[in-house]
Ligand binder design. Structure first.
Ligand code: NAD
Length: 248
């Protein structure tokens, strides 16, 4: 796999690297995207109708069970070479920030630090009354389980359709995008706002924009470099080339 010398040179000269990832980076870990067909018990449900606050109000037990099912699939998945390559990239740059739209925790499990999670994390739950977050809770016969502090219902700590993103994560992400010198967009369809604006904000603030995706997306036409293909194949080679350049 060959990379243009000017692309590699960017990483030699650049001080601030920002990466945005989407569901595509976890595809090679076997985690289905929302849009992929559901199987078994869940095939008659449309995920876009389950991942909403209205669905939770209507039938909290059903939504809880669907997330429990997704959690089981995701818990069995392992970080793939793309996740690990980003951990290696982080070790090469003092100013490196990783922003993800994924809720699967795989970046942290691969060893990335300070991951900015725009859409929450499926391995956390949150009390709907007081907002307290939990990484462990007791499952009970009645779904969803109750908050041990106040007895309110627990919900998955993820952002549902129509909900606002966590303010602090969003603010930090836009701040990093504005200050990036290189912005790498990996495995995102760039259709879900406001995350989809981050590459464009970075570009208009002067960053060089690189896209890693097997398919064309709305940000492809803005990208300075397009690396067409699977993240798990491209990123390890790219990061190794950057590492060699750093050490020479
Ligand atoms: P998306 O499903 O809209 O788009 C995935 C993108 O990844 C596509 O452009 C596709 O071409 C690309 N892709 C597929 N395989 C790839 C590979 N091997 N390497 C690189 N790219 C690849 O994903 P999105 O843009 O993240 O938006 C979907 C929303 O659904 C997000 O809000 C996210 O929170 C949520 N979601 C998360 C997960 C997860 O945590 N793993 C899974 C499903 C959905």
């Amino acid at each position: 796999m060959e990379f243009s010398p000017s692309l590699l040179l960017l990483f030699q000269r650049s001080a601030r690297i920002v990466v945005l990832t989407g569901a595509g980076i976890s595809a090679e870990s076997g985690i289905p995207t929302f849009r992929e067909a559901q199987t078994g018990l869940w095939e008659t449900y449309n995920p876009e109708e389950l991942a909403t606050p209205q669905a939770f109000q209507r039938n909290p037990g059903l939504v809880w069970d669907w997330y429990a099912h997704r959690r089981e699939i995701i818990a069995k998945a392992q970080p793939n070479p793309a996740h690990r390559a980003l951990t290696d990239l982080e070790s090469l740059f003092p100013e490196f920030n990783l922003i993800t739209q994924n809720i699967d925790n795989l970046h942290r499990r691969a060893g990335s630090s300070g991951v900015i999670e725009l859409h929450g994390n499926i391995f956390r739950s949150r009390c709907i009354e007081e907002g307290t977050r939990f990484i462990e809770w007791e499952e009970a016969d009645v779904k969803p389980p109750r908050c041990p502090d106040c007895g309110g219902s627990l919900r998955p700590d993820v952002v549902w359709f129509t909900e606002a993103l966590p303010q602090e994560a969003l603010y930090t992400a836009f701040n990093h995008a504005e200050n990036a010198t290189v912005f790498l967009s990996v495995g995102t369809s760039a259709l879900v706002q406001p995350a989809a604006s981050l590459p464009l904000v970075a570009k208009s603030s002067g960053a060089h924009l690189i896209e890693v995706n097997p398919d064309t997306t709305p940000i492809s036409r803005e990208a300075d470099y397009i690396l067409r293909g699977r993240a798990g194949e491209i990123l390890p080679v790219l990061v190794e080339r950057i590492r060699l350049m750093h050490s020479s």
